[in-house]
Design a protein around this ligand. Structure first.
Ligand code: SF4
Length: 248
């Protein structure tokens, strides 16, 4: 999508300048700039699932901005192992501001009192328990950081390190967009980081327990998610609102 197709009222005037300023930086420098004390992008939060690949981004955050807000969406359907891993990594890395957010009980009672929405309508369930919850959690932020990488799936293959999240009207940063599995493994080994407890059982991507299965040999790493449905993404990540085409 080109700039003239965007809602220019919402696109920051300095988007292209910031985009190109960040372009030559390595991942650590990139995050240092995003969380620089003078807040060039306003208030920025980190959104993580505490999944199998979350540790690298969180280690970098702990290194450059340990007090940065880290947002974890608790859908109420997570594996016990994920909740334990959240606590373990938080302590291990010294993250100072991990915030667990979730659907309030009244909204759950009103919209899915039986907690069975995921069985027939997973899109609606993700919308209720993830997308709306994140929208609420990000309401006071100007931007957010995600751990997405291009190699993870076809849907993610075109993500950029700096995007404009047009749907939410916020900066979106994918600092690990160009990292691959060998890069992640090397980093994790080098820093002796604890692995998600389910990683060794074949869960290459971990989401909610009713919607996640182990991945078989040769499958896409996200093949174990929503296996019984056509669904590929939860809806938190929408296509980028902007691809910068010119030097600004
Ligand atoms: S991953 Fe499954 S249980 Fe979790 S919010 Fe989405 S549909 Fe609901």
């Amino acid at each position: 999508m080109l700039p003239d197709q965007l809602n220019s009222r919402r696109l920051p005037a300095d988007f292209n300048r910031q985009y190109h300023a960040l372009a030559g930086l390595d991942t650590r420098e990139f995050l240092s700039w995003v969380f620089a004390p003078h807040k060039p992008f306003g208030e920025v939060g980190v959104v993580t699932s505490f999944g199998t690949e979350s540790a690298v981004l969180l280690h970098l955050i702990a290194d450059v901005a340990p007090a940065a807000p880290v947002i974890f969406i608790d859908t109420g359907f997570h594996f016990e192992e994920t909740l334990a891993y959240r606590d373990e990594l938080t302590h291990y890395l010294g993250l100072q501001s991990v915030r667990t957010v979730g659907l309030d009980p009244l909204s759950e009672k009103r919209s899915d009192s039986a907690r069975r929405l995921h069985l027939e309508h997973p899109d609606a369930c993700c919308q209720l328990r993830k997308v709306k919850v994140l929208a609420h959690a990000l309401r006071d932020y100007d931007g957010w950081v995600s751990g997405q990488k291009r190699y993870q799936s076809r849907e993610r293959s075109k993500i950029d390190r700096v995007e404009w999240d047009r749907a939410r009207g916020k900066w979106k940063f994918n600092p690990l967009a160009d990292w691959g599995t060998p890069d992640l493994l090397r980093y994790q080994t080098q820093h002796k980081m604890p692995a998600h407890p389910l990683a060794s059982a074949g869960y290459l991507s971990v989401g909610c327990s009713p919607c996640t299965t182990p991945v078989k040999s040769g499958e896409d790493m996200r093949a174990g998610r929503w296996r019984q449905h056509e669904k590929l993404e939860c809806g938190l990540h929408r296509p980028a609102g902007l691809i910068v085409a010119t030097r600004g």
